[in-house]
Design a protein around this ligand. Sequence first.
Ligand code: FPP
Length: 237
Amino acid sequence: MNPSMPALQHVAIIMDGNGRWAQARGLPRVAGHKQGAEAVERIVRAAKEAGINYLTLFAFSTENWKRPEEEVTGLMALLRQYLRSKTVEMHKNNVRLKIIGDRTRLSADILASIDNAETLTRDNDGITVLIALSYSGRWDITQAMQKIAAQNIAFGDITEELISAHLSTAGIPEPDLIIRTSGEQRVSNFLLWQGAYSEYFFTDVHWPDFDAGILALALQAYSQRDRRFGKLRVQAS
Ligand code: FPP
C-alpha cells in the first residue's frame, strides 16, 4: 500500500442510473431499481472486504417524492423488502445499519422495519452502512438548526462542531470519498455539510452494473489524491 495514501474511512455513493439501465433494456424503471438493490448487496460486501468502516448509500432523496406515484410506491416496496429480508443477514455479517433522512414522510411499517434493523445491529462493529432515505443535505442542515434553536443555545455557542453534532450523521466521520455513477457530475443535495472536503469519483457505469472492480478503481483513484483541506501540502498531514 502507498504510504502516502490519504486515510479512508468513509465512502458515500450517489447510486444513479437505475432508470437508464432499465430503459436501455426496454424494462420498466422499477426493474432498474430492483437490479440496483442487488448491486447494493454486492457493494456492501466489497466495501467490507476493502476495509471501509462507513458506507453511505443515497437510496431516496427528498426530491424523489416528486416522481410518479408508481415509481415511488415501487421504490418504497423495494426498500421495505430489503430491510425485512436482509436485516438478519447483515446482522450475521456484523454490519451496523443506520437510516438517515426525514422519517416524518415514511410509512409506519417502514419505520418499524428501520427500528428493528437499527436496534438489532446497533452493537455490531464491522462496517456501518448508512442508508439515506427521504434524505437531502438541506433537510439535514435545517433539522439540525431546528434542534439547536429548540434548546435556546446562546448565539456564541453555535459552532461548526455543535452543528455537526446535530446532523443525522452525528458521530460518523465525514465522507472521504463520494462516488457518483451514471455520468452526472453534480452533488444533488447529498451530504452538503459533511462533504465539504470529500474527494469525488465519477463513473459512467449505471448503478445496477457497479461492482467490486469499479469500487477498486475508485479507491485507486482516491489513493492518488492530494488532500490538503485548504492548507499547504507541507502543513496538511
Ligand atoms: C437513481 O437512479 C436511483 C434512485 C433514485 C434509487 C436508488 C435505489 C436503489 C439502488 C434500490 C434500493 C436501495 C437499497 C438501499 C436497497 P435514477 O432512477 O435516477 O436513474 P436515471 O437517472 O437513469 O433515471
